[in-house]
Structures are given as C-alpha cells and as structure tokens.
Design a protein around this ligand. Structure first.
Ligand code: NAD
Length: 447
C-alpha cells in the first residue's frame, strides 16, 4: 500500500530541533493568524474527504462511512480550536505592596504526541489542534500500523500555510521512535494515547525529563440498561457502541449490564439486531462492520470467545472467525454476544479490543454500579433510563472520566475527555486541552 521511513532516535532528535526552530517563529504569531491556518486546513481536509477516507479504510479496516465520519471529526476539531485559539487568558491581580501583578498564558514549547492505530486521524486532531492553536510546535508519531493518512494530512496542513517544522511526523517502531520522544528533554509536553501497558512505559521513560504528560489509555466501558429504558434505543446504542470500528474503540461498550426484568426481551432484540450486521471489506457498499486491524487481534478475540465457551458461557450470536473466499484476505470475526460469562473472566475485567459483547443481568442500580467499577479501568460509562435520579446516582457512583445518559461513544470537540484509574491522566478536547499546551507566567511591575 505504501512505505514509510523508519526513524532512528537521532532522526527523532533532528525533528525535535526543526520543531524547536519553528516554535520560535510560530509562537510569535497572533492567535488570529494561527486560526486562519487551522480553518484553511480543515476546509482542505473536507474537500479531500473522499480520498482520505478510502486511504484510512484501506490501512485501518474500518468501513467507509466510519472513515468519513473520522475525517469530518478531524475537521470539526481543527475548526473548534481555530475558533478558540485566543480564548485562554491570564489574570490581572489586585495591587500588592510590591506593585501590580498579572499572569499570562504562553505556549509551552515543543510538544510530543504518540498515537494509536484505531482512530488515528481523530486522535491526531485532538493533539495537533490545541497544540498548534496555542502556538506550540509538535512532533507526532503515528502507529506503525496506520501512518499513511496521517502523513497525507500533514501534507495538507502545509498546503494550508502551516510553516515547516510546526508539525513534524516521525515514523517507525514504537519503542525506538516513541521511546525517543518520551526521553527527549527538549519536549515540554507529551500527550500519549494507547494501551495502559505502553502508557506505563512512556511514563517511566519520561520520568526526570520534567515534561508535562497526558495519558489517554484503554477502557472497559460499562453500559447499564435500567427497567424503564427505551429498549429499542438502548439496543441500538449497544450495537453501535460495541461493533463500531469492529469493537476497536477505547470507549466502546465493552460490558453490558441489563436489569433482570427486561433481560430476556432485551437479549432477544439484541440478538436480532446483531445478526443483521453484514461483515466484509470496508470499502464495499452495504457492509456494516469491517475486519479487525491485525491477525494478532483476530486470534486474541477467537481465544477469548473459546475461553468463555470452555467456562460455560452461552454464545447468543457469532463467536467464530469468518473464513472462505475473500474473507481469507482479512481478519474477520462474527459480531458476538455472550451471555452468562464467568465473573472472573478476562471478558469482564480486561480491555477487549474486538467485536465481543458480554451481557450480564443485574437486580439493582447499586449492583450495576458495583459491577461497573469492578475493573482497573475508568474511561467511559453509560446508563440508559428515563429517571433523572437514577441517571444522577449512576454518574456519581461510577468511576469514569465521561458518563453518558441514553447515549454512548459520542464525543464532540468541546467536551473534555479522559480517564480515571488505569485509563489515564489528564484531559483532551475542550478548552481545557489548550491549557496542556500552555504555561502560566507571572509578571510583577513595581511602581
Ligand atoms: P499501543 O500502546 O500498542 O501503541 C500506541 C502508540 O505507542 C503507537 O504509536 C506505538 O507505536 C507507540 N509505542 C509502542 N511502544 C512504545 C514505547 N515503548 N514507547 C513509546 N511509544 C510506544 O496501543 P495501540 O494498540 O496502538 O492502540 C490501542 C489502545 O489505545 C487501546 O488500549 C485503546 O483503548 C487505546 N486508546 C485510548 C484512547 C483514549 O483516548 N483513551 C483512544 C484510542 C485508543
């Protein structure tokens, strides 16, 4: 499909040097000038969305409508940051014995970004949008599995007027290239998105470099369906929440807890909807779910399903690799629903990155909250109910960075997003992400 350079640590350091030079000029631009470039880039990306979406589907596997959605999401995020580039202010402080004081917010310097393969374009925007808007330069490492659309978009950013060096793309192996970014003392802030284990390694490697660190890590999001929920709406939410991007989304619905009195009817509707999902090549019309991104991912999902069956769980739908004909060219797995999983199973405790949804009955909201919190993760969570009191109680009790009521998965650019527990630290999106890329300076003027 394409080839990419394999950067060495020295190559990464050279990119950091270019970004350092670019920072000295870019940080001097007004917020208005930076906004103009971001708006232009968003508009060029929209113009080229068909070509970019096909490239993204080809390298990542997601179906074309999802790829288009992601490309549009990129443009939405850039436009959001273009519109608030000048919106972070310092404070004027009361006169003291020493004179007048004020604080101002300055771009922090050269920044780093390390991103995963599952949503490479949207996550690129979450990082470069606020960094570029605030006047920083940024060195970004895409996943070695999905570098191509990122590189194309970086070219578009240049065409939009982004000066050389403000956005440096560095490609190659995670441990070498990502490791060099984490260890660099010239990088003032790093935003990492990826698995919890790599996040821990990045934290270790960054230690002592005094860089500001945001970690956006994995999740095992619970979805709770209460007795009074709109069942059809909740079934749709569970299906799209789990099978979007073939289940490879950090905030996918990964565990489903359904109130006992609606459990049977819910499960039969869920089965019916799941069995209507057509699986195939994401470039083809009518396909609703593409392949997993890697063979390794496919085999780990198969192993999990087999493990559950071995422990006595019931496969309600799916459960198998799809093979034969064109299916042998990709990593296709049936959309799978598993009932009565073992409570200690990996399916209910670890992050499962693929199209398997475990369903568990619960007898009360308290139990649902207890089960929801029974994992090391705390990224997203949702509750489906018409009762505001229950919605509020769930939002209070659940360990999560983002809680949806009667929705799951959707994250508009203005909403802060991030996790608790092993799901990470810090927030992306929203105006608060600009703060990650800025430092506060105090000025005292003596009379
Ligand atoms: P990963 O941790 O394997 O890789 C992420 C990035 O880190 C890649 O660019 C990789 O090359 C790089 N990397 C690998 N080893 C490194 C090292 N030693 N030092 C520095 N960088 C290194 O994750 P993945 O498989 O690409 O992505 C899937 C994971 O990302 C899932 O856990 C998913 O939940 C998570 N994710 C989280 C969010 C979020 O916002 N919280 C969003 C999307 C994905």
């Amino acid at each position: 499909m394409g080839s990419i350079p394999l950067f060495s640590p020295d190559d990464v350091n050279a990119s950091v040097e270019s970004a350092k030079y670019a920072f000295s000029k870019w940080s001097e631009k007004s917020a208005r000038e930076r906004s103009i470039v971001l708006f232009k880039a968003a508009s060029l990306v929209r113009e080229e969305q068909d070509r970019l979406s096909k490239l993204l589907t080809s390298e990542q596997g997601k179906i074309l409508p999802e790829a288009k959605n992601e490309i549009q999401g990129f443009a939405n995020v850039l436009e959001f940051y273009a519109s608030i580039a000048g919106a972070v202010f310092g404070t004027a402080l009361p006169k003291s014995d020493y004179g007048y004081s004020f604080t101002k917010k300055e771009p922090i310097g050269v920044c780093g970004a390390i991103i995963p393969w599952n949503m490479p374009v949207l996550i690129m925007a979450w990082k470069i949008g606020p960094a570029i808007a605030s006047g920083c330069s940024i060195v970004l490492k895409p996943s070695q599995k999905t570098p191509l659309t990122t590189i194309e978009i970086a070219g578009i950013m240049k065409r939009a007027g982004l000066p050389d060096g403000v956005l440096e793309i560095v490609t190659g192996r995670g441990d070498i290239v990502g490791g060099a970014i984490a260890k660099s003392r010239e990088i003032s802030a790093l935003s990492f998105t990826g698995s919890a284990s790599t996040g821990a390694e990045v934290e270790r490697l960054s230690c002592g470099t005094r860089k500001r660190l945001t970690l956006e890590l994995g999740g095992s999001d619970p979805m709770v369906v209460c007795s009074d929920a709109d069942i059809d709406l909740a079934v749709s939410g569970a299906v799209s929440g789990r099978f979007y991007n073939c289940g490879q989304t950090c905030t996918a619905v990964k565990r489903l807890f359904v109130f006992e009195d609606i459990y049977d009817s819910f499960l039969s509707k869920l089965k019916e909807r799941t069995e209507k999902i057509s699986v195939g090549n994401g470039l083809l019309k009518g396909v609703m779910m593409g392949p997993l991104n890697s063979r390794e991912g496919l085999l780990s999902i198969e192993k999990l399903a087999d493990e559950e069956v071995g422990k006595g769980a019931d496969i309600i739908s799916g459960g198998k690799i799809i093979s034969g004909g064109d299916f042998d060219k990709g990593n296709f797995f049936e959309p799978t629903i598993i009932a009565n999983p073992d409570f200690q199973s990996r399916l209910l405790r670890e992050e499962v990155f693929g199209p398997i949804l475990p369903v568990v009955p619960v007898n009360s909201l308290d139990t649902a909250i207890e089960y929801s919190n029974n994992t090391e993760f705390g990224l997203g969570a949702s509750v489906w109910t018409k009762n505001l009191k229950d919605a509020y109680a769930f939002s209070e009790g659940v360990d999560a960075g983002i809680v949806w009521v009667n929705k799951h998965l959707k994250i508009p650019p203005e909403v802060p997003f991030g996790g608790e527990k092993s799901s990470g630290t810090g927030r992306e999106n929203g105006i608060s992400a600009l703060e990650h890329y800025m430092r506060e300076k105090t000025v005292i003027i003596s009379p």
